[in-house]
Design a protein around this ligand. Structure first.
Ligand code: ADP
Length: 259
């Protein structure tokens, strides 16, 4: 219990000077652990009451006549309860992914097979309102964690759909590049102003709350993506132009590619 955790950095200045900085991060690490545990516990505890609320609201709604004065408030209550439920689900997903202690990164994932699943999910979300195109390089396999990687891809695709007006184009690709296997989602949607781009993967960060609340997200999706990619030695690259569209991509490094 007396063990201390040190963060050590070695930096070089010019070609002759070296600077060694050691910082005791025992306490920071403990606090971070407590924060994670707290979020995970609260999210878990909120699940049951929300399910009960949702259930009773459904019963009450089924008993009301469609033109009764209670109809609209009941509908709104149900929408907001669903929203809270999906936030709780996302908080739990984030805790699981952040933790990452015993995730199996040795699975072999075939990108064509993954793309087929993504395609089905996307079609269900897009409801024929978008022009969707999908491509996966033949025989492309990677090592990694299937559930986490797929969850990263799903989040990026669902964002592209939510932040693109119906009629827009969305293209999803898995391809081999010199540094590894690249996944990309390109949309012709609302785009993002440059000052927001670096902050998008922070928990709860949303560009424009008025715009985002209509789309029903929680601001946690890209934080989940970031952590899932971290476990795969990868990071998110975002290019975007307001009113033109965005491209979200990442590269699974070549040492994880089986080809
Ligand atoms: P949310 O649940 O709000 O979608 P995310 O973490 O997934 O949370 O995304 C954070 C913010 O990034 C969103 O609120 C939105 O403003 C912006 N964003 C994400 N994806 C796109 C996209 N494809 N086009 C435009 N804006 C996007």
């Amino acid at each position: 219990s007396d063990q201390r955790l040190l963060e050590v950095r070695l930096m070089s200045y010019g070609d002759r000077q070296l600077l060694l900085i050691a910082r005791d991060i025992t306490r920071i690490n403990q606090l971070e652990g407590m924060r994670k545990e707290f979020v995970a516990n609260v999210s878990h505890e909120l699940k049951t009451p929300l399910t009960v609320l949702q259930g009773y609201l459904e019963i009450m709604q089924s008993m009301e006549e469609p033109d009764s004065i209670n109809h609209k408030p009941l509908n709104l209550m149900q929408q907001q309860t669903r929203r809270m439920q999906s936030m709780v689900e996302q908080l739990l997903a984030l805790s699981r992914i952040e933790d990452g202690a015993d995730i199996d990164l040795e699975q072999t994932i075939n990108m064509t097979a993954m793309l087929d699943i993504l395609k089905d999910e996307a079609s269900a979300l897009a409801l024929d309102q978008y022009e969707l195109t999908f491509f996966a390089e033949d025989n492309l396999d990677c090592h990694g964690n299937e559930v986490q990687l797929r969850s990263a891809c799903t989040n990026l695709i669902s964002n592209a759909i939510r932040y693109t007006e119906p009629g827009g184009k969305i293209s999803v690709r898995w391809e081999l590049v010199p540094t590894g296997a690249r996944f990309s989602v390109t949309d012709t949607g609302l785009g993002i102003a440059p000052q927001h781009i670096n902050r998008l993967t922070e928990r709860f960060y949303r560009v424009d709350n008025a715009r985002s609340s209509k789309t029903g997200g929680s601001g946690l999706g890209l934080a989940i993506v970031k952590h899932a990619l971290n476990h795969h030695y990868s990071e998110l690259t975002i290019t975007s132009e307001p009113d033109k569209g965005s491209c979200f991509s990442f590269i699974i490094p070549i040492h994880l590619v089986v080809k």
